[in-house]
Design a protein around this ligand. Structure first.
Ligand SMILES: Cc1cc2nc3c(=O)[nH]c(=O)nc-3n(C[C@H](O)[C@H](O)[C@H](O)COP(=O)(O)O)c2cc1C
Length: 239
C-alpha cells in the first residue's frame, strides 16, 4: 500500500514540475502554435488503424518501438498541456518524443499503445485517477494491437513512470503479448524516479524474454534535448 503522505508529496512535486513545464510549454506554443496543434491528432489517427505499419527505409526491419504516452490517451490540450514537449516545432507526448528518437536512429517501426480509457486532462485529476487505478489493479482495455509480433526480434518499450511504476496499461500490454525469445529494451520518462525498477518488473512478466536492464531514462524536463543521449545509449547496446 502506498503511504498517503509520501504519495501526496510526490504528487505535489510532480505537479510543481509539470506546472513549471506548462509555463515553458505555453511560451513555446505561443510561437509555434500553427504547426504544433495537429500533431497528437495525427498520431492518434495513425494509430487508429490498430496496426503497425511498414518498415522504415533506414533498416530496423525486425525492430518495434512500442510506447504509451498520456497525450495520446487523454483529453489534453495538445499545445498547452503539461503532458507534451516540443521537439523541432512539434508538440508530442514525452514518451513519444523519446520513441521518435529511437525510431530515427534504429529505423524501427513505431507503435502507439492506446486504451479505451480517456485519462483526465487535468493533472491533479490524472494523478488521483491513476493512484486509484493502480490500487485497484485495473487492466485497461487496449484499443491498438500489434498485427504480427513474429515480425520483430527486438521490442523497445517506453512509458512514463506513474506512481513509481509502469502505467496500468503496460500491464495490459504485457498480458496481451508473449515476448518469449525476443529482446525487450525498456525506456522511461520521469520526474525523478528514473526507471523505478520497471525493467525487473517486465522481466517478471515476460520470463522467457531477454529484458535489457540498462534501459534508457530521461526526465520530462530534458526529454526534448535527449537525442544525443539516446544515440549514445543505443550505440552502447549495439544499435
Ligand atoms: C499520474 C502521474 C504519476 C506520476 N508519478 C511519477 C512518479 O512516481 N515518479 C516520477 O518520477 N514521475 C512521475 N510522474 C511524472 C511523469 O513520469 C512525467 O511527467 C512523464 O514525462 C510523462 O510522460 P508522458 O507525457 O509520455 O505521459 C507522474 C505523472 C503522472 C501524470
Amino acid at each position: 500500500m502506498k503511504d498517503t503522505y509520501t504519495r501526496f508529496i510526490a504528487g505535489l512535486l510532480a505537479l510543481v514540475m509539470v506546472l513549471a513545464l506548462t509555463a515553458c510549454g505555453k511560451a513555446a506554443a505561443a510561437e509555434d502554435s500553427p504547426t504544433v496543434a495537429p500533431q497528437p491528432t495525427e498520431a492518434a489517427a495513425q494509430a487508429a488503424d490498430e496496426t503497425a505499419e511498414s518498415d522504415s527505409a533506414t533498416g530496423g526491419e525486425n525492430i518495434l518501438i512500442a510506447y504509451f504516452t498520456a497525450a495520446e490517451n487523454s483529453g489534453v490540450d495538445a499545445v498547452s498541456s503539461a503532458s507534451v514537449v516540443t521537439v523541432d516545432d512539434t508538440a508530442k507526448g514525452v514518451s513519444q518524443a523519446v520513441a521518435d528518437m529511437i525510431a530515427e536512429r534504429t529505423g524501427g517501426e513505431l507503435f502507439s499503445i492506446q486504451t479505451s480509457v480517456v485519462y483526465p486532462a487535468d493533472m491533479g485529476e490524472l494523478i488521483d485517477y491513476v493512484a486509484e487505478e493502480q490500487d485497484a489493479g485495473v487492466l485497461p482495455e487496449l484499443t491498438t494491437h500489434i498485427e504480427d509480433l513474429d515480425e520483430y526480434d527486438t521490442v523497445f518499450v517506453g512509458f512514463p513512470i506513474w506512481w513509481y511504476d509502469m502505467p496500468q496499461v503496460m500491464y495490459s500490454f504485457f498480458e496481451e503479448y508473449d515476448f518469449a525469445g525476443k529482446t525487450i529494451i525498456p525506456f522511461t520518462v520521469h520526474n525523478g524516479s528514473r526507471l523505478s525498477g520497471t525493467p525487473a518488473t517486465i522481466q517478471e512478466l515476460e520470463p522467457e524474454a531477454t529484458v535489457i536492464q540498462d534501459g534508457f531514462t530521461v526526465s520530462h524536463q530534458k526529454a526534448a534535448e535527449a537525442a544525443e543521449d539516446v544515440a549514445a545509449w543505443l550505440d552502447g547496446l549495439g544499435y
